[in-house]
Ligand binder design. Structure first.
Ligand SMILES: [Fe+2]
Ligand SMILES: [Fe+2]
Length: 480
């Protein structure tokens, strides 16, 4: 389901027509060597596309199976559901196009991300504006030169940094109350009282905005931190989305959306610590995996016993249901996506977003912008396209707290999400490292909406740049 006039264009594209920046959602056309595959070709696909699902013709029947289950004699019709580790096979680059041609991968379902379409349109508008301004012999003053603009941006930045400093203990307290109640549930004592108390402590909108920025900066290796970040993002994004859609929130009390987010993985309290904290990857049919996959059912049961609202029970019960119910990562398996509410669809996107941004998976942490691009590739295939479009509009292509490298080589944190008709690719940046690689103590602000000759070159893994010090560096940002 997509909004009318949605700007994402998804189409079948031949390999010759792939363009840099497109995102491949599925491989859908192959050379003849993939017809009735021999053992070698079969192994090649299994090895290079580990973790994906494939559509094959076996005899005269079509199957949608895990790539590991591919057999010699199968005819390959499609490859989809790319895991994060294979993102490099979905983001189109000249090198990838070359490799695809060589391997006989000939057609794809790809999207031209709206970010790019949007940028081109914005650039055109900016160009026209520049022509107009030149004819009037006037130029827009940049932030460094105009004291009024400078003070507005400086205020946005110092308010955010200050509220992040204040909110760090609130976050810690909330993490502890979730841990406390989940440990109690392990011992058979079922309550969410202290989590509800924490929810009531986070009443000021300002602290929700700050907690949202912290989720881009801080690791959340454990279930408890993960739940806090998911709850905060859900509360913030959901309410804004409902206001824009002119729809009422399904939650009757203030901050109840956040409570639902905090509780979505409550069922993990039935999963033994050895399984929950294990770094080992469990086999898909193993007992530990079955126990892990039962957490939504247990969570929904526990929250029903506690008399929590239906919307919150559904968030716990259905947040792992995917558009394609046959996927192994979709559970409980007897639930159909078409019966899943908008709230749960949105929550499940935030759940994946947070899990990738907050933890280190596949030896690297995911930057918020890279995670957004990954989710964009999943939208319409595994996750709901409409909910994703609204999510990215609120979070931005560069969520607050993202670390980016600018075209002049300096590094800075993203401090706002441009709203209204402002270009989403040009937020306010607080520079923390100059282009000589030196960390700077007197921070410099750049509003990319004004400073047109500089732009974001790439996003940076905060861990690579600053290690454990990311939060400290962010909270020490001072601007005059
Ligand atoms: Fe979960
Ligand atoms: Fe989760």
């Amino acid at each position: 389901m997509s909004e009318p006039g949605s700007r994402i264009v998804q189409a079948k594209v031949k390999v010759e027509s792939l363009k840099k920046g497109m995102v491949i959602k599925a491989y859908s056309g192959f050379s003849s060597r993939y017809n009735m595959m021999d053992a070698l070709t079969c192994e090649f696909v299994r090895h290079n596309f580990r973790g994906t699902r494939v559509i094959v013709l076996r005899g005269d029947k079509k199957f949608n199976i895990e790539v590991e289950d591919l057999k010699p004699g199968d005819t390959l019709k499609g490859i989809h559901h790319f895991p994060p580790a294979l993102q490099k096979l979905t983001i189109v680059t000249p090198e990838l196009i070359g490799a695809l041609k060589k391997r006989g991968m000939l057609a794809f379902i790809a999207v031209q991300p709206m970010l790019i379409a949007e940028q081109t349109r914005k650039e055109l508008r900016e160009l026209l504006q520049m022509v107009e301004e030149t004819t009037r012999s006037q130029s827009t003053p940049a932030i460094g030169r105009n004291p009024k603009l400078r003070s507005i941006s400086a205020r946005i930045v110092s308010d955010l940094v200050e509220s992040v400093q204040k909110s760090l203990p609130i976050r810690q307290e909330t993490v502890e109350s979730i841990q406390y109640e989940m440990d109690n549930a392990r011992r058979g004592i079922l309550s969410v009282k202290s989590i509800e108390n924490s929810v009531n402590n986070i009443t000021v909108n300002e602290s929700i905005a700050a907690l949202l920025a912290i989720s881009s900066l801080k690791e959340s290796q454990q279930t408890y931190d993960h739940c806090v970040d998911v709850g905060v993002i859900f509360q913030s994004v959901y309410l804004k989305i409902q206001t824009k859609r002119r729809k009422k929130s399904v939650f009757s009390k203030k901050n109840q959306a956040m409570l639902g987010g905090f509780l979505h993985d409550f069922g993990k309290s039935v999963v033994p610590h050895e399984i929950l904290d294990s770094k080992k990857k469990f086999d898909k049919n193993s007992r530990p995996m079955q126990i892990l996959r039962s957490h939504p059912i247990h969570g929904a049961r526990q929250l029903t016993v506690l008399n929590l609202p239906k919307a919150i029970v559904e968030m716990a019960g259905y947040h792992h249901v995917k558009m394609d119910g046959d996927m192994l990562s979709s559970y409980p398996q007897d639930v159909s996506f078409k019966n899943i509410s908008f709230e749960v669809r949105l929550l499940s996107i935030i759940d994946i977003y947070q899990a990738l941004v907050g933890t280190r998976s596949y030896q690297r942490s995911w930057s918020p912008p890279a995670t957004m691009r990954y989710l964009e590739a999943l939208a319409g295939v595994e996750i709901d396209q409409y909910a994703f479009d609204l999510f990215i509009r609120e979070m931005g292509v560069y969520p607050k707290g993202s670390l980016v490298e600018l075209s002049d080589g300096s590094l800075g944190f993203v401090m706002n999400v441009p709203q209204g008709d402002k270009d989403i690719n040009r937020p306010i940046i607080a520079i923390v490292r100059n282009n000589k690689g030196e960390d700077i103590t007197h921070h410099h602000l750049l509003d990319l909406a004004v400073e047109k000759d500089i732009s974001i070159a790439q996003d940076i893994d905060r861990k690579d740049a600053f290690g454990e010090k990311t939060v400290d560096i962010f909270t020490s940002i001072t601007v005059s």
